[in-house]
Design a binder for this molecule. Structure first.
Ligand SMILES: Cc1cc2nc3c(=O)[nH]c(=O)nc-3n(C[C@H](O)[C@H](O)[C@H](O)COP(=O)(O)OP(=O)(O)OC[C@H]3O[C@@H](n4cnc5c(N)ncnc54)[C@H](O)[C@@H]3O)c2cc1C
Length: 291
């Protein structure tokens, strides 16, 4: 299939992209890596009248170390983040999750911002934004606003980014020192979108008791899900198999998966619980190792 006719503009920078969006109307779209948008256009599932290309702006790939976190420019390709030494050292969970996004050829083109704005509920990165208390910097000709990860995702393929806005950068907060992480997903083939997945970060005190926890799941609802009730089960407790099972069981109440041609909703529910136990197991093990 070929896409419907469209006009094409190349933006010099993100501010320029905002100006082009503002003058082009609501039928215009940002083109980043094109890994999702171009396929949608070829199938005529998307018919934007105007494309505003941000894939060639100066310094498009940027990972900035900040006190207590990192800021990633939205136009940064996923592979650049995966290969960043700073991200590998400070955010190993984020690197590990990105390795599960499609294939490296796609990650060489696909951007962090495009993935997050696309908001596929089975995507790994939206869940990472919840796990790392991310903040989204959104700009338009009217100014700038910051939105937390818990407010960013609205429903399937929908975020709070308005048609006249551009996602500029995302700030990921670094977990405390005595933290460990875990990540597990089930997909039909390597590189496919996950059928379900779970990630965990736990922080332990000197006695091995959990002082902070983050559990974020994907592929199990219309948006990525942070399981705060399951996190609360862990606080003040030391590792035990029963504790992890109790925490993972409480994930069930907030899941709202769909059945599709691949698997049933019940399958997603039960796999999500199992994956959460595994993610927590790894997180506790890694947290103990860095004490
Ligand atoms: C075969 C295949 C397998 C894949 N598997 C996975 C997977 O396992 N996990 C996964 O997470 N993803 C997967 N993807 C998707 C991939 O990660 C894409 O890169 C991503 O979804 C879109 O990023 P992009 O930069 O290509 O965005 P584009 O396709 O260019 O844009 C996607 C959408 O985001 C909007 N947009 C992009 N950037 C901005 C911005 N800065 N501000 C505002 N709006 C913006 C666009 O207008 C468009 O609506 C897969 C893709 C393919 C083709």
């Amino acid at each position: 299939m070929k896409p419907a006719a469209f006009d094409y503009h190349r933006a010099d920078n993100l501010q320029h992209a905002c100006e082009l969006l503002s003058s082009s109307g609501d039928d215009s779209k940002i083109l980043a890596g094109g890994q999702t948008l171009i396929a949608m256009m070829n199938f005529r599932l998307a018919r934007p009248k105007v494309l505003i290309d941000v894939s060639n702006i100066a310094d498009g790939n940027q990972v900035l170390d900040e006190d207590g976190g990192i800021r990633i420019r939205a136009t940064t390709v996923q592979r650049f983040v995966e290969n960043s030494e700073s991200v590998q050292q400070r955010f190993p969970l984020l690197c590990h999750a990105i390795e599960h996004v499609a294939h490296f050829q796609i990650r060489n083109k696909g951007t962090i911002g495009g993935n997050l704005v696309n908001a596929d509920p089975a995507s790994e990165l939206p869940a990472m934004s919840l796990a790392f208390d991310a903040e989204f910097d959104i700009i338009s000709v009217a100014g700038r606003r910051t939105v937390s990860a818990s407010e960013f995702f609205v429903t399937y393929y929908t975020t709070v980014v308005a048609p006249n806005e551009v996602l500029s950068s995302i700030r990921f907060a670094e977990p405390p020192k005595n933290s460990g992480w875990g990540f597990h997903e089930v997909a039909r083939r390597a590189g496919d979108y996950a059928l379900a997945g779970s990630s965990a970060i736990v922080t332990l005190d000197a006695a091995g008791k959990c002082t902070r926890a983050r559990i974020a799941l994907f592929g199990v609802a219309a948006t990525p899900v942070r399981a705060t009730a399951a996190e609360d089960v862990l606080i003040g407790e030391a590792y035990s198999e029963d504790l992890l099972k109790a925490s993972a069981r409480s994930v069930q109440s907030i899941l709202d998966p769909e059945s599709d041609v691949h698997v049933t909703a019940d399958y997603r529910r039960s796999v999500a619980e199992v994956l959460t136990v595994r993610a927590l197991n790894d997180a506790f093990r890694r947290a103990k190792a860095v004490q």
